[in-house]
Design a protein around this ligand. Structure first.
Ligand code: LLP
Length: 423
């Protein structure tokens, strides 16, 4: 649901925006801007919400590390009992270093290399979610070299087109690169059963991201469960059903996924099939728990526009320009008494696509004002870059009145680390 102004992770207290109890302006002064701030209490609340919605079925929340891989955040999620959905050796490394047990990790992705497969086998992850026959052959070979067996599920492409806000975040229809074509999956399991180094233990779907209705999940799950029954009849008994992630959140005044409604559809089906349920939420655990604090540098009026030029841009948050993503932009100071104006909030990057909000009606900011870009806990810092020689920002974790620097701001030296310097 949408964030309440009073009880959400970033409430206004006496008119001024806070993270929990801590004033956003105080954080910006202490750590500088642009600055990512996460509210851990809110993330804990989201985990608890999933847990109670799915309490009636044996389940694992395999947090999708790609949404936000910050070590402190991963560690916190690990202590809450979460596992990890990883998509590269780098994410495996992060999740291990954060203390998430490997037996709670699933590894998806269409292009796993031999090196990554070997690393995951050595760490003894729970399972590979396999996206093609040739990948499964490679896993078989790498496991064979190690004299071990690789547990896996097939990521099935259920040919379900889910309605998401952008074509780039739809993954469940037949013409994406993801998953094994529906019709080929049974044969792949049968082939794998004969291989000495493969253990078929699960099945997986992930149909897209920012989906707000249970219906496409139900369609995908029903397809997959019919496959599970057919495999069972063939003597292949699976242990888990992984329904992926993609549960939508509220970026504007439209509600996100109703987890209770989703669970009411999913739980009876998975229980009846006698399977363990895996969920891979990313955005829905951390998205609403993050803001990007950015300071207004200049205000520029042209004959047709008013540009509010801030110190964060597409290098810190690429969602507006890459997906047309909407993020609410709030004045941190008490906005009462300000005139409302229609502005473009833009960054300092040399690209016309460098914007955080276009034609946005908001209380008119002045140079020096602090703005909070909301709902950026997922795919915010994770997609940040050094483009235009930008230093990736600091990340701060707030838990009640406890404030921790989770990642320091980069320095100029960080920018050239690893490069040969001319002598
Ligand atoms: N599982 C798999 C296999 C995935 O590919 C993804 C996301 C997730 C789980 C988690 O999805 P979530 O619950 O966070 O929606 N950068 C885009 C989103 C890309 C999602 C990629 N896969 C954005 O900013 O909207």
């Amino acid at each position: 649901m949408g964030q309440s102004l009073l009880t959400g992770p970033f409430p206004r207290i006496e008119g001024e925006l806070h993270c929990g109890q801590v004033a956003a302006e105080e954080l910006a002064r202490r750590f500088g801007t642009p600055l990512y701030v996460y509210n851990l209490a809110s993330i804990r609340g989201r985990v608890a919400l999933f847990r109670s919605a799915f309490a009636e079925v044996d389940h694992l929340l395999a947090y999708s590390v790609k949404a936000n891989g910050n070590l402190m955040l991963l560690h916190a999620l690990g202590t809450m009992g979460c596992g990890a959905d990883i998509t590269s050796g780098g994410e495996l490394f992060r999740a291990i270093r954060a203390g998430i047990p490997a037996e709670r990790m699933v590894f998806a992705g269409v292009g796993k290399t031999e090196g990554e497969i070997g690393y995951a086998l050595d760490e003894r992850i729970m399972a590979f979610n396999v996206e093609s026959r040739s990948e499964l052959e490679t896993i078989d070979a790498v496991a064979g070299e190690r004299g071990t067996r690789a547990p896996f599920g097939v990521r099935v492409n259920p040919d379900v087109l889910a309605d998401t806000p952008h074509a780039y975040t739809r993954t469940g229809h037949a013409d994406t690169k993801f998953g094994v074509p529906w019709a080929e999956a049974p044969e792949l399991y049968r082939w794998a059963r004969e291989r000495p180094h493969l253990d078929p233990i699960g099945i997986d779907v992930h149909i897209g991201s920012q989906i707000v209705e249970p219906e496409p999940y139900v369609r995908a799950i029903d397809r997959v469960l019919s496959l599970v029954s057919a495999l069972k009849a063939d003597g292949i008994e699976l242990e888990y059903l992984d329904i992926g992630g993609g549960y939508g959140i509220s970026y504007d005044d439209r509600p996100g996924m109703d987890l209770g409604a989703l669970a009411r559809d999913v739980v009876p089906r998975v229980r009846a099939a006698g399977l363990k349920l895996l969920l891979e939420p990313g955005r829905s655990l951390v998205g609403e728990a993050g803001v990007l604090l950015t300071r207004v540098q200049y205000v520029k009026h042209t004959p047709t526009k008013t540009f509010v030029i801030v110190d964060g841009g597409m290098s810190e948050l690429i969602r507006p320009s890459h997906y047309g993503g909407y993020h609410s932009v709030d004045l941190v100071a008490d906005p009462s008494g300000r005139d409302v104006a229609t502005v473009d909030v833009v960054g300092p990057i040399c690209e016309t696509g460098d914007f955080l909000a276009l034609d946005r009606s908001m209380p008119m900011p002045d140079a020096g004002d602090l703005l909070a870009v909301r709902t950026v806990g997922a795919y915010g810092f994770a997609m940040a870059s050094n483009y235009n020689g930008r230093l990736r920002p600091a990340e701060v974790m707030v838990d009640g009145d406890l404030v921790s620097l989770a990642r320091r701001r980069e320095t100029f030296e960080d920018l050239i680390r690893g490069e040969e310097e001319p002598s």
